[in-house]
Structure formats: structure tokens, C-alpha cells
Design a binder for this molecule. Structure first.
Ligand code: HEM
Length: 411
């Protein structure tokens, strides 16, 4: 079956029809440059079919949510779910029974959850909140604009037209996972993940109906299990890579706990355990296969990045100006990506970050005690660090309610 016919199947039959159509071609047409070789033995499950995650979506959620959209039930469901905010809270009354059953199942933590590790993760998040805020915001946030499939999905989905609102909602997940009671009954992370899983299922149903998305996308159905792991690596794997390169001292039990909190998040977002890496070496090896080779600018990503870099000016016109945030992006993601995103070179901040960030962190961490004579840059970088983390947090304009979309972006 050729690409055109698969697309027609999508339009006629929605995701269920397309999934059937895709089953025929899945094994051969993933578009992956190299065959999938990451072994499920490196996963939290320890075994698995080894199926390429590019050919796997989230069948349980997808069929269910597609049906809710087609039957016009989503507005009623969103109304009911707005009141469901805490992990331990019973589901609201009035949900369609099949959705209720799915959510009761999807809200269960995996059997391999280690509460002691989740506690340690909380300590780590508290200790390293400033760095984590800046890295989630800039390393992960800007990286999402050079993940082509994500950039296109976000751009053409409903949330693409109100980027600030979308960032607030995504920031909520980073905030919830780092909060004191993330996965505890009074926390919100489980609720955020389950709602996000439903949103992703809705996007899988809706985007194939967007002529703009269909025209620009390589894949027929968005947000495969592979795509979720790509984005996952743009979060914890990338954050840990930078913390390590900045030589921030992190005890092994803390870095493992941080990983664990994200392993649980992956599971709660509907990723199969056979694709969730069991250790940092396994995570790094999977990222080398799924994330590193695909980073590239797209017209949609360039526009999203431009808008992201303008958001800081709402908080501080000087230190969070577009050129400074651009320089920080260049520093974190490298010249190749920054040039691809059309970020101009910055004559003062580019060299400042390149030469002073390392020593600045070393001074902050007490590793380097003798502050060099020119301490001014250190003050400036400290100011930047605090304000940039604040910028990330300020996106959390409460109350944030993650809602299932019923349409694509109105272009
Ligand atoms: C929605 C997080 C992977 C595309 C959301 C939302 C969150 C989230 C919290 C709800 C916010 C909102 O309603 O706007 C995550 C996390 C991921 C992930 C933590 C992986 C670990 C992906 C991937 C794609 C994607 C791989 C695409 C390839 C979208 C889209 C929306 C969405 C299009 C809906 C935006 C809208 O129309 O409102 N995601 N996501 N996400 N996500 Fe993801």
C-alpha cells in the first residue's frame, strides 16, 4: 500500500482504520535510517517483543478517545475531569463507563515503582531546582523545536496557536514531577500523566484530519511510542547530560532516583515497559539511537523557537531578552542547532557563556573557592540563572487544566 492510500485510509477510517492499514506495512516503512536495535533487555521490563516502537502507538487509549471525539462526548468529559486534580481523588461521576475503566487502570503505578527512590528524587529536585528549571525550560524546551515530528504536531494541533498556554501546561508536568508529593495521593503527577495520555490519543485521532499536518508530516499517525521516548530523552537524559558536563556533583543514588521518577512518568504516559531504559547507560544508548540523529530544524520548529525566545521579555527585558536567551540556547544545544533555528550570534553573551559558565558553576558548587578577580560575570550569570528559572516557573499560571482537544489548529 502506498503512502497516498494509507493517508486516504486515515481520512476515511480514522486511527483505527489507519492502524489496520499500517499493520500491513509497519515492518518495512518506519522511515528509520538504521533498523531498531535497542534491546528490551536494557528496559525496566527486562524483556519484550523487540518490536520497533515507531510501529506502536497506544491502542487502548487511542480507540477509546477517538470514539469519544466522534460521538461528541469530549466537552462533557472535559467538564467532569476539570475537578479531578489529585492523585488520590476518586474519578468524578458522569464519565462514560469505558473511559472510567480505562482511567482506573491507567492511574495505577507500575509494580516496579520504588517509593524510596521517589522520596530521594524529591530531595534531588529540591536541591537542584534552579538548574532543573533552567534546563527543562531551555535545553528540553528549545530541543523540542528541533524534534521535527514534535514541532510539526505541536504547530498544527490546537495548542499550537497559543504557545504560552501550551508551555504552561507542559511546564506543569515538569513542576508536578519535581514537587514534594509528585506521585503521592495528595500530588498531581498521576493525574497530569493520565490526562496527557488522553490528550496524546486525541492528537493521534485529530492530526491525520489536518491537511496542513498531513502535507508536512512524514508519518501517518503522530506520537508513536518511539516519539514519546524521543521527547522523554529531551527531558531527563538531556538534563542529566548537561548537569554532568557542568560537573555538578550528584551522588549516584540521587541520579538514579531522578531517573526512576522519569521511568515512572514514561509508564504513566502509556509507554510500554520494554521501551523504558532501566539505567543511565541504557538511556544514553537509546538516546544515541532515537534522539541524536533526528534533531533538525523545520519551518514549524523555527517559528516555535522564535516565539519561545520572545517569552522572557515579559519578565525581564534585559537579562531575559531574546538575544540572551538565544545565546543560552546556542551554548546548550550547539552551533549547528542554533544556526538551524536562525538564532543570531551574540557578541557578548556567546563568549561569556562559553568561557565563564563552567567556572561559575564550580564557584556556586564550592568546587572552586578562589573567585577570579573579574567577578562581575559571575554576578551576571547568577542573575541570569535565577531569572531564567523564574521564567520557567512563571509559566505555571494556576489553575492549569489539561483538556482533551476536539479540533486541530485553525490555520
Ligand atoms: C500535549 C507532555 C510527548 C505532542 C501534551 C501535554 C503535556 C505533554 C503535559 C498537555 C498540554 C496541553 O494540553 O497542551 C508530553 C511529555 C512527552 C510528550 C512529557 C514525552 C515524555 C509528545 C510527543 C509529541 C507530543 C512525542 C509529538 C510528536 C503533543 C501535542 C499535544 C501534547 C500535539 C496537544 C497540544 C494541544 O493541541 O493542546 N504533551 N508530551 N507530545 N503533546 Fe505531548
Amino acid at each position: 500500500m502506498d503512502g497516498l492510500n494509507r493517508r486516504s485510509a486515515l481520512k476515511v477510517g480514522g486511527v483505527a482504520g489507519a492502524a489496520g492499514a499500517l499493520a500491513v506495512v509497519a515492518a518495512t516503512s518506519t522511515g528509520r535510517a538504521q533498523p531498531w536495535t535497542w534491546s528490551p533487555q536494557g528496559s525496566v521490563a527486562g524483556s519484550g517483543s523487540g518490536a520497533d516502537p515507531m510501529t506502536v502507538w497506544d491502542p487502548e487509549a487511542d480507540e477509546l478517545v477517538g470514539g469519544l471525539i466522534d460521538r461528541g462526548e469530549v466537552p462533557r468529559v472535559n467538564d467532569a475531569l476539570r475537578t479531578w486534580t489529585r492523585n488520590g481523588q476518586p474519578l468524578p461521576a458522569g464519565l462514560p463507563p469505558e473511559l472510567r475503566d480505562f482511567m482506573e487502570y491507567a492511574r495505577q503505578l507500575p509494580p516496579w515503582t520504588d517509593p524510596a527512590k521517589l522520596d530521594t528524587a524529591i530531595q534531588f529536585n529540591k536541591k537542584r531546582g534552579l538548574y532543573l528549571g533552567v534546563l527543562y525550560g531551555f535545553a528540553s524546551g528549545m530541543m523540542s523545536t528541533v524534534i521535527p515530528k514534535e514541532a510539526r504536531s505541536v504547530y498544527y494541533s490546537k495548542g499550537g496557536h497559543d504557545l504560552e498556554d501550551r508551555i504552561s501546561k507542559t511546564a506543569k508536568l515538569g513542576y508536578d514531577i519535581g514537587s514534594n508529593n509528585a506521585y503521592a495521593p495528595d500530588g498531581e503527577m498521576i493525574v497530569t500523566c493520565v490526562k496527557t495520555r488522553l490528550v496524546h490519543a486525541a492528537v493521534r485521532h485529530l492530526l491525520p484530519q489536518s491537511p496542513h499536518w498531513v502535507h508536512s508530516a512524514e508519518e501517518d499517525i503522530p506520537i508513536s511510542q518511539n516519539d514519546i521516548m524521543v521527547t522523554w530523552h529531551s527531558l531527563p537524559t538531556t538534563v542529566m547530560k548537561h548537569l554532568t558536563s557542568w560537573k555538578v556533583p550528584i551522588p549516584v543514588h540521587e541520579s538514579e532516583a531522578f531517573l526512576h521518577s522519569w521511568q515512572v512518568a514514561g509508564h504513566m504516559l502509556g509507554v510500554r515497559d520494554e521501551y523504558i531504559p532501566k539505567s543511565w547507560p541504557e538511556a544514553n544508548s537509546q538516546a544515541a539511537q532515537v534522539l541524536d540523529p533526528i534533531l533538525a530544524p523545520t519551518p514549524e520548529g523555527i517559528k516555535l523557537a522564535d516565539r519561545l525566545l520572545s517569552l522572557g521579555a515579559n519578565i525581564d527585558l534585559t537579562i531575559l531578552s531574546k538575544p540572551v536567551l538565544g545565546a543560552f540556547t546556542r551554548f546548550l544545544l550547539g552551533d549547528h542547532i542554533a544556526d538551524g533555528l536562525h538564532i543570531p550570534r551574540e557578541p557578548v553573551w556567546d563568549p561569556l557563556l562559553r568561557f565563564s559558565w563552567g567556572p561559575f558553576i564550580a564557584v556556586r558548587e564550592g568546587i572552586l573557592t578562589a573567585v577570579p578577580p573579574a567577578a562581575d560575570p559571575y554576578w551576571l550569570l547568577d542573575e541570569f540563572l535565577r531569572k531564567a528559572a523564574l521564567m520557567y516557573l512563571s509559566e505555571l499560571r494556576m489553575p492549569i487544566s489539561i483538556e482533551i482537544p476536539t479540533m486541530n489548529r485553525d490555520m
